[in-house]
Design a protein around this ligand. Sequence first.
Ligand SMILES: [Zn+2]
Ligand SMILES: [Zn+2]
Length: 282
Amino acid sequence: MKVTESDYRAQAYHALARAETQMGLGDADLRYAVLELRVAIEALVMGRAATFQDEMGEQFLSKWNPRDLLHHLRTIDPKVDRPMSLSVDMGKDGVEDFRKVGDSRPITLEELDRLHHSLGSFLHAATLSQVGKGEWFNAAKARKRCEAAVALVRLALDSTLSAMKFKFFASAFDCERCKSDNHILNLRPGEKRAVTCHKCGAPYAVVGTEDGMRVGAHRLPITCAMTGCGEQQQFFADEIRASSKWTGDGLKALEWTCQHGHFNLITMRNILVDGPQTATAA
Ligand SMILES: [Zn+2]
Ligand SMILES: [Zn+2]
């Protein structure tokens, strides 16, 4: 069964109703309202993801973190969480007559960052410092955040249009590193977008062209530093950044043994300050 955005909107609607019931019961039950509102916000984001599941990449189907999801959806289409108004031209004989069909008002990444996280702080036991100030649970603050979340969730649920997805331009490319396919929507000619492979995180820059897009992997050429060797290899920028080795002077480094067996230590400073040609051979 393929779940739809409407299924998730129904979940959000019920969670909102439960939250409002809890809020009406007084301060003692506010924590349960917080929980329901977080579920409602997550369901709305998950609903957007449901609309983009063909483009999303398989392992994102099991992601629960709404921020990771929405961030990824934005690389597929930056307008995924933008408010939208749809009108249709019903005019005749060259006379324009635009009629409004409806509005869509999804939760944006910025709103998610602000509210989902700040609600979460009420789901934990008070810290020692909070209790030191006599604050086991700040009900007034919790209620204020709940009210802000209710307003946001209601705004999204009141949209007359949902499950909006436009495919003016659709392109895909295979990751050079892990071979999985990555989908990009609505990249206009000349538009540049930074994307990472949905599976392995390899960084790319894609640029829209008249007949599709140009894909450039963000790779750095490294030349073996052993005198007379000259072997070169292209490293993805994130391989160097994510390397867990540390050199004596506190810099992260990538170890690379070239095909001729020369050991190279490539540090961030080599690449960022001296350029890529200065790996240290040992
Ligand atoms: Zn990949
Ligand atoms: Zn070499």
